[in-house]
Design a protein around this ligand. Structure first.
Ligand SMILES: Cc1cc2nc3c(=O)[nH]c(=O)nc-3n(C[C@H](O)[C@H](O)[C@H](O)COP(=O)(O)OP(=O)(O)OC[C@H]3O[C@@H](n4cnc5c(N)ncnc54)[C@H](O)[C@@H]3O)c2cc1C
Length: 405
């Protein structure tokens, strides 16, 4: 028999579960699947009426970013297949990055998120949509999470709350964690989905320049019959709103947009630094709630998925031992640090360097660097830079800028 109906039939105003996941984005649904498949009673509450909509994402992910977690994506989640990226300097010089590591998808995120949820539900996870977690309190070693649902107020009791509630996460705050970074560590992202864009659909297209997207970049990610056209900026380098930069970008690129029209607009913050605590007593934060986005390109889906896979291993162990102490749950944070800590620190240094670049520096890099060099950079493989400096002394000035970080 159905234990709970979405938004209805919750069976009263009180419930008890092994693990409550707040948020049904990629992080939340992967967590729910991992926990349900280990036999735990998992409930997911999602405040939106429709999982996955509206999207706040350009929907790009590398094939590798899914395959390394054994995720065999349903074909309906894929809207475009990508062989690489074309990078554009401010004056329009183009560097192409392609190869196996660059292959990827532009997803249909509204479908992808529903598919991830359906995979979790098949394993036994329970879901409630239009169910907004509005606060939580600690009582006798348990959390009581208050949820505003279609059935009215609901109190869900659990020893373990998973904050998968995205960049504006409240769960961490409710648990007393420091979850807010400096304003300079959030990109403002805005994009149109547009129809009839004329861009090579085998590539994503990335545009750099102080006047294009200060301290960030603009993008075109082609989809089956449309494209995500957007940009992310850091407000400290900007003289206009992100939206105004986007309109300017579209107006200045007739070669792509002369006959294009918007069919959707969306946007959101991208946390491009991870200084957040990830666990408290009976609480774990995953995905954007823990600000785990790649600080260079702002992609967060693969890291969100990975964080949930790691967190679930620790959560499973905690449930079996009945030990939800911060100390025990810290194992998740240690695992994350050991896998991503050093790389993220290098990427943060690289981000600080990129933020110092002027348009003439981007032109120089476009003249000298090949696609594989830029890929190495994005992977924080910095030894290549030294080799490049030896053969291209013009890069010496930039190397100094980098080392002065
Ligand atoms: C403009 C833009 C473009 C981007 N492009 C890319 C890209 O191309 N590739 C990429 O990998 N990443 C991209 N990202 C980042 C990516 O979207 C995120 O990293 C990813 O969505 C993180 O997943 P998540 O599950 O942690 O959080 P989210 O996807 O944000 O999911 C959080 C969920 O929690 C729900 N929720 C929040 N609060 C509550 C509450 N109190 N009660 C119940 N439910 C709640 C929300 O409704 C939401 O469904 C982009 C981001 C932006 C803003």
């Amino acid at each position: 028999m159905c234990k709970v109906l979405p938004g209805g039939g919750a069976g009263g105003s009180k419930m008890k579960v092994d693990c409550l996941v707040v948020g049904a984005g990629p992080a939340g649904s992967v967590m729910a699947k991992e926990m349900a498949s280990r036999g735990h009673h998992v409930m997911v509450v999602e405040k939106k009426q429709e999982i996955g909509a509206p999207k706040r994402c350009a929907e790009g992910i590398t094939k590798h970013g899914l395959e390394k977690f054994g995720i065999e994506i349903h074909p309906l989640c894929i809207s475009g297949r990508i062989g690489g990226a074309m990078l554009y300097s401010p004056s329009g010089k183009r560097v192409t990055m392609e190869g196996k590591d660059m292959e990827g998808y532009v997803l249909e995120r509204k479908v992808f998120e529903k598919w991830l949820a359906s995979e979790a539900i098949k394993e036994g996870a329970e879901y409630m949509v239009k169910a907004h977690a509005i606060g939580m309190e600690r009582e006798n070693g348990m959390w009581k999470v208050n949820v505003q649902s279609m059935d009215g107020p609901l109190s869900i009791e659990t020893p373990l709350v998973i904050g998968a509630d995205g960049v504006e996460s409240k769960v961490g705050k409710w648990a007393g964690l420091k979850t807010v970074n400096k304003i300079t560590d959030y990109h403002s992202g805005i994009q149109f989905e547009m129809a009839n864009v004329k861009a090579d659909e085998n590539f994503i297209h990335i545009f750099f320049g102080r006047e294009v997207a200060p301290l960030g970049y603009a993008w075109i990610f082609p989809k089956a019959f449309s494209a995500n056209v957007g940009l992310g900026i850091l407000e400290k380098g900007a003289s206009m709103r992100a939206y105004e930069y986007l309109i300017k970008f579209i107006k200045e690129h007739d070669e792509f947009f002369s006959a294009a029209q918007p069919i959707e607009i969306n946007g959101g913050g991208v946390p491009v630094a991870h200084f957040t605590e990830m666990v408290a007593e009976g609480v774990m934060l995953v995905g954007d709630a823990a600000q785990l986005v790649n600080p260079i390109h702002g992609g967060g889906m693969a890291r969100a998925i990975h964080s949930s896979i790691m967190a679930a291993e620790v959560a499973d162990d905690a449930i079996r031992k009945g030990d939800f102490s911060k100390e025990n749950l810290m194992e998740y944070e240690r695992k994350w640090e050991s896998e991503y800590g050093e790389k993220t620190a290098k990427l943060m240094k690289l981000r600080a360097f990129l933020e110092k670049l002027e348009d003439k520096d981007f032109e120089l890099l476009a003249d000298i660097l090949q696609g594989e060099d830029i890929f190495a950079l994005t992977q924080a493989k910095l030894s290549f830079m030294l080799r490049k400096v030896v053969t291209h002394p013009k890069l010496l000035g930039l190397a100094r800028k980098y080392l002065s970080e």
